[in-house]
Design a protein around this ligand. Structure first.
Ligand code: ATR
Length: 273
């Protein structure tokens, strides 16, 4: 019998999550028998809700803000990229009953850049804004692409400096003020400022001639950072919808062993904005 498998995304706020729609589209496309719901879960009730989810037959879970670090703690085993990130966005029940934690955010970002937008990272000068969980998730996959130079700028500069030490100084850190006069091929916004339609205090003229801006956040309307990129004449100023679909595809692959087609799903979601 082909029984239905249960998946969910936990987070807060979660009502506007596009993940259920993305995974339903993947399931239809690949003929998988599964359901996937979004559930409002806070840090306070995370452990009991996750335990209950797996006890009642759930087999895979996505965790988003503010639960990724708790999910990292909860997982019995972790992939190498999740260990580096100290954050988990995907939990998968294993055949021996243990729970594997993965972080598919960084590979989702790299896949969106490379395959959907034809953007190379090798030998590029990269700036990441923010030093929180979102930055942790993307650092290792971005460094693997061998950029020429990577710097993390943060409002609390000591947090960026501590992150650089944790990553064996494979990148440098600074304050927003210290960016004046620097030029970058790619600027990623990994702060949570976009969630309040705010912008980090950035000096102008940070982009090289063909420079690109990418906000890890997304919305139906352009985010404050996407608008800033456009005002700075970025060659492209993108939001994180493509990354969202690509990280979901990596989670789907982990759970189902099948690679879904992402382009058609991104096109559909873009047409619905
Ligand atoms: P996440 O898991 O989404 O990364 P987080 O760990 O709370 O969330 O990190 C949020 C990041 O956004 C931090 O780098 C934060 O800067 P501080 O470390 O100085 O707090 C940054 N951030 C949030 N709001 C911001 C704003 N309005 N301007 C600039 N940076 C902001």
């Amino acid at each position: 019998m082909n029984t239905i498998n249960h998946y969910a995304v936990f987070g807060s706020p979660i009502s506007h999550s596009k993940s259920p729609r993305i995974h339903q589209l993947f399931a239809m496309q690949t003929h998988q028998n599964l359901d996937y719901i979004a559930q409002e879960v806070t840090a306070n009730n995370f452990i009991s809700t996750v335990e209950n989810f797996f006890k009642k037959g759930g087999v895979g879970l996505n965790c988003t803000v503010p639960l990724k670090e708790l999910a990292w703690q909860f997982a019995n085993k972790k992939t190498e990229r999740a260990e580096f990130a100290k954050a988990v966005n995907t939990l998968a029940l294993q055949s021996d009953g243990t729970i594997l934690g993965d972080n598919t955010d960084g590979i989702g970002l790299v896949n969106d850049l490379v395959f959907n937008h034809d953007i190379e990272l090798k030998n590029k000068r990269i700036l990441i804004l923010g030093a929180g969980g979102a930055t942790r998730g993307i650092l290792s996959p971005l460094l693997e692409q061998q950029p020429d130079y990577l710097i993390v700028a943060n409002r609390s500069v000591e947090k960026a400096a501590a992150l650089a030490i944790e990553f064996n100084n494979k990148f440098t850190s600074c304050s927003f003020d210290a960016l004046s006069g620097e030029k970058f091929d790619l600027i990623f916004n990994a702060t949570s400022a976009s969630l309040n339609d705010e912008l980090p205090p950035l000096p102008p003229n940070l982009l090289t001639e063909n420079g690109i801006c990418y906000d890890l956040a997304y919305g139906n309307l352009p985010t404050a950072f996407v608008r800033w990129g456009t005002s700075q004449n970025a060659r492209k100023s993108l939001d994180g919808l493509g990354m969202l679909v690509e990280q979901a595809a990596e989670a789907f692959k982990l759970w189902r062993g099948i690679q879904p087609n992402t382009k058609s799903v991104i096109e559909l979601l873009n047409s619905e904005r």
